[in-house]
Design a binder for this molecule. Sequence first.
Ligand code: FEO
Length: 172
Amino acid sequence: MLSTSMKISKNILQLLHEQIGIEANASNYYLYVSSWCKVNGYDGASSFFQNHSTEERAHMLKIIQYLNDLKIDSVIPQIQKPNQTMKSLEQACKISLDNERKVSQAIDRIINTAQKENDHRTNFFLEWFVHEQIEEEDLFESILQKFDVIGRDKLAIHEIDKILDKLSQKSS
Ligand code: FEO
């Protein structure tokens, strides 16, 4: 239910605050992967994941901005320490895809709630995130396909690292 002083419901506000945390944790996770890649000699992948970390921070800021535009304070969450047990570049990409799918589900949950509450403003705001999630899931699916197509030996991984380098130059 909408309170008289707020343009969105408490329910939606709570979900958006949770989403701020989800985006912050995603940014933090990609930062860890970028660092892991650098140390393990995957410079292209390191740049790619660093850019991705910045993108996730931008997603978080977008939600904060949305709330602030409605004159609502945002709660800045504590971030989680990522699970730092990465074993391979492929594993990093698999976890990334899983995480992105979870983010898409979280966005869907807010949209479902907004639609139930006739909150067209939030529904419209989240459309951008729906498109973004489609792109991100596609991106990681296509990167994971490369491991099947090119291979998993050292040379193949080097090629995939070069592809990620090119992708990072496109997005920066
Ligand atoms: Fe902002 Fe990739 O979720």
